[in-house]
Ligand binder design. Structure first.
Ligand code: ADP
Ligand code: MG
Length: 258
């Protein structure tokens, strides 16, 4: 079966996209899935957090978008994490401008990933916190979107922008695209407001809200400085356990999707 491709997206920065991408990827790898992580953010946090030095890349997702390298050529093995990575660094910020004048500018990533469709069970794309041509390339490539979110006061408001964007891409560029689910992250059950927003989310989005809740956990925040996902760095920690549980939940949910 060819790979299932998911974007980890949210237009806000600092909401846990990258943490979710690398930990879900490592969790899925532990379940025996062949996983590719695509770092689509010029900040290169998923790259560094997977133990690959973004300052010394020979080629990257930038080259793939400009068609000067294939996914297989630019991809690297993130050994400790257990998955392959298509890395990124600052150079990717330039691709935004360069792509504008090129043919198939919205579909470059999709076309590149199609060549590797038999090499992976799951591809996870870590999106930047903006709706630019890079994010569009991610959304056009994907079967679904996983939205990490903090249960804060403005969370629902920000969500309507993302949902509109997904609707437009679905209508115009990618009929496969759907929201797979909302993942509550950095959750602190002692904060009443978070509990209330969490309840609102469930009332509003029903079973589009994943059952698994990722707690706020300092080990998840420490892991990137060791070049490892938290799931690998300290598998026993509460945050790592939650991401492992999330990987299991996602695999089950995928079995029920077409
Ligand atoms: P984004 O990719 O959306 O910008 P990150 O995944 O980089 O967000 O997370 C933002 C910050 O929050 C990072 O410093 C990260 O280590 C930290 N963080 C993410 N998830 C958790 C969590 N569950 N518990 C504690 N810290 C977290
Ligand atoms: Mg990020």
């Amino acid at each position: 079966m060819s790979s299932r491709i998911f974007c980890i997206a949210n237009q806000k920065g600092g909401v846990g996209k990258t943490t979710t991408t690398v930990n879900l990827a490592a969790g899925l790898a532990r379940l025996g899935q062949r996983v590719l992580v695509v770092d689509l953010d010029p900040q290169g946090n998923a790259t560094m957090g997977s133990g690959i030095d973004k300052r010394t890349l020979e080629s990257s997702v930038y080259d793939v978008l400009l068609e000067t390298a294939t996914v297989a050529e630019a991809g690297r093995r993130a050994d400790a994490a257990g998955y392959d990575l298509l890395p990124a660094n600052r150079e990717l910020a330039g691709a935004e401008v360069e792509l504008v004048g090129l043919e198939h500018r919205n579909e470059r990533l999709r076309r590149a990933l199609a060549e590797s469709r038999d090499d992976y069970d799951v591809v996870l794309i870590d999106c930047p916190p903006t709706l630019n041509l890079l994010t569009i390339n991610g959304l056009v490539s994907a079967h679904g979107v996983i939205v990490p979110m903090q249960c804060e006061y403005f969370a629902l408001e920000g969500l309507s922008d993302l949902v509109n964007t997904i609707r437009q891409i679905h209508a115009n560029l990618n009929r496969d695209l759907q929201v797979i689910g909302l993942l509550r992250v950095m959750f602190d059950p002692r904060i009443t407001l978070q509990q209330q927003v969490s309840d609102q989310l469930k009332a509003h989005f029903g079973d589009k809200v994943f059952d698994t809740v990722i707690p706020r956990n300092v080990r998840l925040a420490e892991a990137p400085s060791y070049g490892q996902p938290g799931v690998v760095f300290d598998p026993a920690a509460k945050g790592a356990q939650a991401y492992l549980e999330f990987a299991r939940e996602l695999v089950q949910r995928l079995a029920t999707l077409k």
